[in-house]
Design a binder for this molecule. Structure first.
Ligand code: FAD
Ligand code: DHB
Length: 393
C-alpha cells in the first residue's frame, strides 16, 4: 500500500495528526501495534490546555469534550497543609484548563477516524523504516501475521517513548538528554466524587500527593512512592492514609471510595534533538518525555502535532517546504520551556531524600515566594495554562 503520510503510533499525536490531514484531503495511514481496547483503556493524562481543546475543536473531535470536560479557573498548591490558590484565569487574562481524560480523547479520535472509513490499523507493528533519504520512504510492518510495507512521502514518528521511529536515523544523529528522579507516582482511579472543585498539588514531609479527577463521579489521585515500590506495597488502606495525611488541611476532608485501578509511573525527563531526520518527523513522546507534574506530556504531543500539520499542509497545498525545514527548531523552543516548567513543578513539590537540608530550605522558600508574590504565581499560571509555551513557539 501507499499513502501520503505514514503515521506510526495511534496515540493522541498520531490520531490527531491523521484527522487534521484528513480534513485537508491529505491521505494518511495510521499503524498502531496494540489492540483498540488496549489503546482506549490506558490511563494516563487528564489535563488539557486551552490550546489543546481549541485544536480538538478544530479537528471536529470535541463534541463530547465540550459536554463532559470540566473547566478549571484555578489550581491549589499545598505545602505541609498550607494551601495557596493560583487564580489561573485572573493571572493570564482569562485562560483556563479542562479536565478530560486522555482515554476519552483517544476514544473520540478513533471513533471519528473509523466512522470516516479512513485507514487506522490496530495490531499493526512497525518494525523498520527504509529510504528516509529518498522521496519514497518505506515503513515495514507486521499485520495479521504477514510482513507488509507502506510507501509514503513522509513518516510521522508518533510511536511514543518505546517506539522504533527514533531508531531509524543513523546512530548518533539524534542527540538525547535525560534526567531521572529518585521517586515514582502511584496513581489510582477511585469511584468517588472529587473532594475538591480544583486540583490540589501537595508537597508534604511524607511526600507529594495530587488530587485530580476524571468526572463529577470519579477521582484521580496520586501519591509519591519509592522507585523500588510495586503496587503490592500499596494496599488500599495505605494509599488512603497517605492521601489524607498529605492533602489534608483544617476544615477539609477527603472522601474515600472503591479503588478501580492502581499503576506506578516512573518520573523522567528526556529530550531528542533535533526532531527530524530527512523525511522522518518525530512528534510527542517519541521525541520527549516530561515528568507528569503539571500535566504537560499530552499537551506537548498535541502542540508538536499542530506544528507538524501546518508544515505538511503548506507542503501539500503550496509546495513550500520551509515549515518542514524549520519544524524541529519551531518545536525545540517550546520543548525546553515545557521541560523547565515540568522539572520546576516536580522539584518544588516532591520530597527528595537525596536533597541536603540547605536545598530543602530553598524548596520551602520557593513555595513561600508563591504565596507572597503575585509575579511568582503568574509565572506558574502562564506555564500551566500553556500561554507562555505558545508565545515561546
Ligand atoms: P503515546 O500515547 O505513547 O502513543 C504512542 C502509540 O504508539 C502507542 O499507542 C503505542 O502502542 C504505539 N506504538 C509504539 N511502538 C509502535 C510500533 N512499533 N508500531 C506501531 N505502533 C507503535 N501526561 C500527563 O500530562 N499527565 C499524566 O498524568 C500522565 N501520566 C502518564 C502515565 C504513563 C504510564 C505514561 C506512559 C504517560 C503519562 N503521561 C502523562 C504522558 C502522556 O500520556 C503522553 O505524553 C502522551 O500519551 C503522548 O502521546 P503520544 O501520542 O506522543 O504517545
Ligand atoms: C493529572 C495528571 C497530572 O500530571 C497533572 O499535573 C494534573 C492532572 C490527571 O491525571 O488528572
Amino acid at each position: 500500500t501507499r499513502t501520503q503520510v505514514g503515521i506510526i503510533g495511534g496515540g493522541p499525536a498520531g490520531l490527531l495528526l491523521a484527522q487534521l490531514l484528513h480534513q485537508q484531503g491529505i491521505g494518511a495511514v495510521v499503524l498502531e501495534n496494540r489492540p483498540r481496547a488496549r489503546v482506549e483503556a490506558r490511563q494516563r493524562a487528564g489535563l488539557l490546555e486551552q490550546g489543546t481543546v481549541d485544536l480538538l475543536r478544530e479537528a471536529g473531535a470535541a463534541a463530547r469534550l465540550d459536554r463532559e470536560g470540566l473547566v478549571h479557573e484555578g489550581v491549589l498548591l499545598s505545602y505541609n497543609g498550607r494551601r495557596h490558590r493560583i487564580n489561573l484565569s485572573a493571572l493570564t487574562g482569562g485562560a483556563c484548563v479542562t479536565i478530560y481524560a486522555q482515554t476519552e480523547v483517544v476514544k473520540d479520535l478513533i471513533q471519528q477516524r473509523l466512522a470516516q472509513g479512513a485507514p487506522l490499523l490496530f495490531e499493526a507493528e512497525a518494525t523498520r523504516i527504509e529510504g528516509l533519504q529518498t522521496a519514497k520512504p518505506l515503513i515495514y510492518y507486521t499485520y495479521q501475521g504477514e510482513e507488509r510495507t507502506l510507501a509514503c512521502d513522509f513518516v510521522a514518528g508518533c510511536d511514543g517513548f518505546q517506539g522504533i521511529a527514533r531508531r531509524a536515523a543513523p546512530a548518533g544523529f539524534f542527540k538525547t538528554y535525560d534526567k531521572t528522579y529518585p521517586y515514582c507516582w502511584l496513581g489510582i482511579i477511585a469511584e468517588v466524587p472529587p473532594s475538591t472543585d480544583e486540583l490540589i498539588y501537595a508537597f508534604h514531609e511524607r511526600g507529594f500527593a495530587l488530587h485530580s479527577m476524571r468526572s463529577s463521579e470519579r477521582s484521580r489521585l496520586y501519591v509519591q512512592c519509592a522507585v523500588t515500590d510495586t503496587v503490592e506495597d500499596w494496599p488500599d488502606a495505605r494509599i488512603w492514609e497517605e492521601l489524607h495525611a498529605r492533602l489534608g488541611t483544617a476544615g477539609w476532608s477527603l472522601r474515600e471510595g472503591p479503588i478501580l485501578e492502581k499503576t506506578i509511573t516512573p518520573m523522567r525527563s528526556f529530550v531528542t534533538e533535533p526532531m527530524q531526520y530527512e523525511r522522518l518527523f518525530l512528534a510527542g513522546d517519541a521525541a520527549h518525555i516530561v515528568p507528569p507534574t503539571g500535566g504537560k506530556g499530552l499537551n506537548m504531543a498535541v502542540a508538536d502535532t499542530k506544528t507538524l500539520f501546518d508544515a505538511l499542509r503548506a507542503w501539500y497545498q503550496t509546495g513550500d517546504g520551509e515549515l518542514l525545514r524549520t519544524y524541529s527548531a519551531a518545536c525545540m523552543r517550546r520543548v525546553w520551556r515545557v521541560q523547565e516548567f515540568s522539572n520546576y513543578m516536580t522539584e518544588l513539590l516532591h520530597l527528595n531524600p537525596e536533597k541536603s537540608a540547605f536545598d530543602q530550605h530553598l524548596q520551602e522558600s520557593r513555595f513561600q515566594l508563591l504565596t507572597t508574590s503575585p509575579a511568582a504565581s503568574q509565572v506558574i499560571a502562564e506555564n500551566y495554562v500553556g500561554l507562555a509555551a505558545q508565545r515561546a513557539a
